[in-house]
Ligand binder design. Structure first.
Ligand code: HEM
Ligand SMILES: CC(C)=CCC/C(C)=C/CC/C(C)=C/COP(=O)(O)OP(=O)(O)O
Length: 317
C-alpha cells in the first residue's frame, strides 16, 4: 500500500518498483529451470559432442543442439516445480521457490514449461536430427513425469531409476553429432547413472527429517542413515570401476586415467568418511558439494585427454 502511495506521489519510485517487480519475475522463471543443474548437464552434453567428433568442431550440435537440450531440460525442471509445489512449500530447502512463495502463478509456469519444451524439441527435431529430439523427449518425460509424479513418491529406488533421465545429456550430445547411439556414449551415460545415487543420497541424509515430514520415501527415510551410507560407498566403488571403462576400452588415454583415479580416490575417501564419522554433521553436505565438483572435473578431464593430441599437433606446427 505504501509503495502505491509512494508511486503516485513520486513517479520515479513507481518506475523503480515496476522495474524491480519485472526483474523478480524474470528471476523466478529462471529459477524454475534449475539453472545450476541444467548448466552441468549441458556441459556433459558438450563433452559428448566433442568426443563424438575429434578434430572437427560440430557447430550445429554445439549451438542449436545445446540450446535445444537446455530448453527441454529447463522445461522438465519447471514441470518438476509444478508437480512438487505442495511438498516444496512444506520443506525448508524448497519453500522459497517461485511457486510456493506465490511469485509465479501455476498457469503461467505451465505455459512457460510448455513453450520451453516445445521450442527445445522443435529445434532438435528440425535443425539437429529426429533421434536426438526423441531421446530428449524421453528424458523429459522420464524426469518430469515418471520420476517426479510416480517414482519419487513410490520407492526409495526413485533416484536410481529416475537417474537415467539426468544421465542422458552426453548421449544426446553424441547423437546430435552422429545421428546414432555409439557404445562409447553409453559409457558416459553409465558414469552419470552410477554417480547419481551418491550425489543425491548425501543430501538426502542431511535432509532426512524434511523428506520424512512430507512422506517422500527417500532411502534415508525408509532404510535409515547407516544403510544409506553403506549404499553411498557401494555406488562410489562401482562408480570408480565404471570410470575406468573409457580407458579400458581405448576411448580415453592415460591423462584421463590419472584424472579419474585422483578424483575417484577423493570420492572414495568421502564414502569411507561418511561411514567412519557418522557424527560429523557437515560431512554429508561436503560430500554432496564434492559430487558436483567431481562430475564437472571428470568430464573436463575426458575432454582434455581427447584434445591434448590436437593441441600438441597445432603447437608443433
Ligand atoms: C535423479 C537424479 C538427481 C537427483 C534426485 C538430484 C538431486 C539434487 C538436489 C536435491 C539438489 C539440490 C537442489 C537445490 O537445493 O537447489 C541437486 C543439486 C545439483 N545437482 Fe543434482 N540430482 C540429480 C541428478 C543430477 C544430474 C544428472 C546432474 C548433472 C549432470 C546434477 C547436477 C546438480 C548440480 C550442478 C546441483 C547444484 C545446483 C545449484 O546449486 O544450483 N544432478 N541435485
Ligand atoms: C531433457 C532432459 C535432459 C531432462 C533432464 C531433466 C532434469 C533437469 C533432471 C534434473 C535432476 C534433478 C535435479 C533431480 C532433483 O529432483 P527432485 O525433485 O528430487 O529435487 P528437488 O526437491 O530439489 O526438486
Amino acid at each position: 500500500m505504501s509503495r502505491i502511495l509512494d508511486a503516485t506521489t513520486n513517479p520515479s519510485s513507481g518506475v523503480a518498483a515496476l522495474a524491480q517487480h519485472t526483474l523478480q519475475r524474470w528471476h523466478d522463471y529462471y529459477e524454475l529451470t534449475k539453472p545450476g543443474v541444467v548448466a552441468l548437464m549441458v556441459f556433459t552434453a558438450v563433452v559428448g559432442e566433442l568426443l563424438a567428433s575429434p578434430g572437427a568442431i560440430p557447430w550445429m550440435a554445439l549451438t542449436v543442439g545445446n540450446i535445444g537440450i537446455a530448453l527441454a531440460a529447463g522445461s522438465a525442471a519447471a514441470i518438476n516445480h509444478l508437480v512438487d509445489r505442495r511438498i516444496d512449500a512444506r520443506m525448508k530447502r524448497t519453500r522459497g521457490r517461485p511457486l510456493p512463495t506465490g511469485g509465479l502463478r501455476t498457469s503461467h509456469a505451465s505455459l512457460f514449461a510448455g513453450v520451453l519444451g516445445l521450442a527445445g524439441l522443435s529445434l532438435l527435431y528440425f535443425l539437429v536430427n529426429p533421434l536426438t529430439a526423441w531421446l530428449t523427449f524421453g528424458s523429459l518425460i522420464g524426469y518430469a513425469f515418471i520420476y517426479t509424479l510416480f517414482l519419487k513418491r513410490a520407492t526409495p529406488q526413485n533416484i536410481v531409476i529416475g537417474g537415467a533421465a539426468g544421465a542422458a545429456p552426453p548421449v544426446l550430445g553424441w547423437v546430435a553429432v552422429t545421428g546414432s547411439i555409439d557404445p562409447h556414449a553409453l559409457l558416459l551415460f553409465l558414469i552419470i547413472f552410477t554417480w547419481t545415487p551418491p550425489h543425491f543420497w548425501a543430501l538426502a541424509i542431511h535432509r532426512r527429517e524434511e523428506y520424512a515430514s512430507v512422506d517422500i520415501p527417500m532411502l534415508p527415510v525408509t532404510h535409515g542413515d547407516r544403510f544409506t551410507r553403506w549404499q553411498i560407498l557401494f555406488y562410489t566403488v562401482m562408480l570408480v570401476g565404471v570410470t575406468l571403462l573409457p580407458f579400458a576400452t581405448g576411448m580415453s588415454g592415460p591423462v584421463y586415467l590419472a584424472g579419474a583415479l585422483i578424483l575417484g580416490g577423493r570420492y572414495l575417501w568421502f564414502g569411507y568418511a561418511l561411514l567412519a564419522r557418522p557424527d560429523d554433521q557437515s560431512l554429508p553436505m561436503r560430500s554432496f558439494g564434492f559430487s558436483i565438483v567431481y562430475l564437472m572435473a571428470l568430464f573436463a578431464v575426458l575432454l582434455v585427454d581427447a584434445y591434448l593430441p590436437v593441441v600438441w599437433g597445432l603447437l608443433a606446427g
